[in-house]
Design a protein around this ligand. Sequence first.
Ligand SMILES: Cc1cc2nc3c(=O)[nH]c(=O)nc-3n(C[C@H](O)[C@H](O)[C@H](O)COP(=O)(O)OP(=O)(O)OC[C@H]3O[C@@H](n4cnc5c(N)ncnc54)[C@H](O)[C@@H]3O)c2cc1C
Length: 474
Amino acid sequence: VKQVDLLGRLRDLVGGDALLTTADDKSPFLVDHRHLFHGAALAVVQPASTDEVSRLLALCNGVGIGVVPQGGNTGYCGGATPDASGRQIVLSLRRMDRIRSVDAANFSLVAEAGCTLAAVQAAADDAQRLFPLSLGSEGSCQIGGNLATNAGGTAVLRYGMMRDLALGIEVVLADGSVISALSPLRKDNTGYDFKGLMIGSEGTLGIITAACLKLFPQPRSVATAWISVPDPAAAIAVLGRLRDASADRVASCELVPQSALDLVLAQMPGARSPGTTPAPWYLLIELTSSGNDDLDPLLESALAGAIEAGDALDAAIARSGEQRDDFWRLRESIPESQRRAGGSLKHDISVAVAAVPALIERGARLAADLVPEGFLVAYGHAGDGNLHFNVNQRPGTDPVTFRSREPALQRAIHDLVATMGGSFSAEHGIGQLKVGELERYAQPAELAAMRAIKQALDPNGILNPGKVLRGSAL
Ligand SMILES: Cc1cc2nc3c(=O)[nH]c(=O)nc-3n(C[C@H](O)[C@H](O)[C@H](O)COP(=O)(O)OP(=O)(O)OC[C@H]3O[C@@H](n4cnc5c(N)ncnc54)[C@H](O)[C@@H]3O)c2cc1C
């Protein structure tokens, strides 16, 4: 098919307004959030219904045109950015943004893929329910992108990742066929776990058009503490103590080093110091309960025990919603403050929770040896064993030399994680950034099985070519 014919057929399919072809219109869709990848595209297509997605894929499959699905474009691995050929199309889900139904009695709702995470949270809230996925990007990331990346975030400890939060899914396969499995069943052992396969497949096996999501009772009681701790081992001990003392009501456990707090206080206007004793490390811990429990005294007495045992140095418990928001803002502002402060070499890694202190100790030594121009900013979801193990550029050092350290540091950190039985990509996926890492660290039989699944579901290789697995250029 000639380019003009294809554009004409796409226009017939979605309507002129939903087809972007000028350089200006396309440009926001052609670069990733971190500005690591710049692509080109024949067009950006914005279908409004599952039927339009279906007909669009059937067309592209027939003529061999690569299709790159894009949600809120907040992903960290370049998964939603097309290649440089200019022959692929970007399929933006943004117009598919309806909440199709809310069933408060069943604790579930059905949302289209283009709903922002914040819109899904708000729809649950309106029904006096909670949708617990929570990310710094929630105002712009989309539920389809959350599913496609199996997103994690700050409430995984209590509620799990996206894979744990989906009851059903609607997907369009490469040939345009639609699998509509949106039923809200909690028990359904009929054949392979197709939904589980689609979640986390980053647009390489199908386009997710809608999902049935799990809701929970809303928390009625919340207690939040900012805790100064002497080291990561003490932080993990505090977490264990609080899980025990609270009958497992810890919903979030985030580790913040002093280096990250310093960056936030220096870079973010309005950021307020938490007011606890300065320490090398801090924990942000939140307990929630759907009952009318008084969690503050419980938290206070457990923290008093931790201070007595020497695991905590000091702690502040949020006395108002405003103070709680201040604590969370400090945590959520770390990525942006790092960006403002200069270059940053990033790793999204996980190990078993008990191994977090050893990971930090061994990783810190590697970072100090391999990147003399940097300083460590290792923070994140310690309660899940997941750290954003980042090294920031020291002010006054040469940015080119700093950047040149990246390959050696990445290899050393990912090898370390592998020897500790951990993951080199805990929650951000593979995209195009980590294809080589997957090839290196996955078991050969695992890789072969992934390739066989890709071949079976997308024999022409039109779906997000070159993401997750190396593919032929389309
Ligand atoms: C400030 C900030 C904080 C963040 N915090 C976290 C965090 O705590 N935890 C976490 O896990 N991530 C986090 N992220 C990363 C990111 O927000 C998540 O990966 C998010 O799930 C991506 O959603 P998106 O809609 O932006 O997807 P995009 O970036 O648009 O796409 C991501 C991938 O999914 C594919 N895709 C998108 N929509 C569909 C669809 N409908 N069907 C099939 N494939 C699709 C794309 O092709 C791409 O491969 C953060 C990002 C930022 C900027």
